[in-house]
Ligand binder design. Sequence first.
Ligand SMILES: [Zn+2]
Length: 428
Amino acid sequence: MLHRIILLITGSFLASATRAQTNADTIANIIRNHIYRLTTPSMMGRGYVGNGQKKASEYISSHFTNLGLTSVAAIADMQQYYSFPVNTFPSKMSVTINGKQLLPGQDYLVGAASTTYNNRKRIAIKNLASVTTPQQWRYTKATFSDTCIWLLLHTDSMCQNTGIPSHQLPSLLPSGCYILPQKNKLMWTVADHTTAATVVYITDTSLPALPTVASVDISAKLNKKYTATNIVACIPGTLPDSFIVFSAHYDHLGKMGSNTFFPGASDNASGTAMILYLAQYYAAHPQRYTMVFIAFSGEEAGLLGSAHFVQNPPFPLAGIKLLCNLDIMGDATDGVTVVNATLHPKEFELLTSLNNQHQYLPIIKSRGKAANSDHYYFSEAGVPAFFLYSNGGEGYYHDIYDKAEAVTLQNIPGVANLLINFTTEIQK
Ligand SMILES: [Zn+2]
């Protein structure tokens, strides 16, 4: 008898464990499919060249429409349009040192604000380690001219000594082409302007021992008015004026020349895929509160989409009971970190106690305020907002290796179930 009872208990435990696993596998498959679709080459890194970002926005809004989600009253067709300037590299991208062609994205990146440059010149090496004051920098800068291509050594120590933020250095360089060797891995960005100079960041290991001549052919184009869209959709609740918002930015860096794109699988096809899954879940399980889903654009260009949304809210921000922003949600092997946890200790405690109860994630880390994703302007406007990012994986970030294949989705179904459980409790 005892034997039978043990068998029965073991059997039902196994059945519920298998159910949980099936549920996790189903969620992972749905999310994985969205990540592959959002990183497909035809979306071109969801940036500013070849309608890549527009294709991504159409994918997201048609998913919302197919699920039966609706627009919020003040917005037509789920789209909130706005515009900003952005520098792009739609075509030529070629760098050759001592006759050897380098690989874009792998061996080098062009500074995001760089201007067009097409020349073959000798390389002049300038060691900036001895430049320690702003005055010395002004003097050194005056010696640069476009008679050669400059290889600038030790820009980091020069920036540190003179107090120039290293990201501002390209805007301080006179017209011409500058090669900046990089010890660390290459990370690309987006710029809303062009500089007089063309800057090429090259990995140390891609430079020959004695670089003497370079050919640089880079084509830049400043788009003065790129029209972007935030996609906003909702599932009305029985308390229509109370909102829970899930947000994620779907834009990424796009293309650097005609053959190189940044897939942005972890950043942030993963977070976008998570809100697409949550929309699917809540479409089948309507709530008391209205569930709102916002796919932001313009994040990589400086949180522009969420800033625009907060300045032009299509529904009263005061109605938002909680906003959960998801950015980098591809591998939670080491759990998640919650930004703004210290601002909302009660909600954070609820989140961690649900996790302790159900063991969704190995750890939930608490963090304070940070202006590092789209939750920021909401919390500055008084909206209770958490930003969750996952911890784990290879750490590919703003590079050509952030591909769908590299995203493990370890523990990511657990994040989805935790968020669902959490929002159920928030509405009680
Ligand atoms: Zn991001």
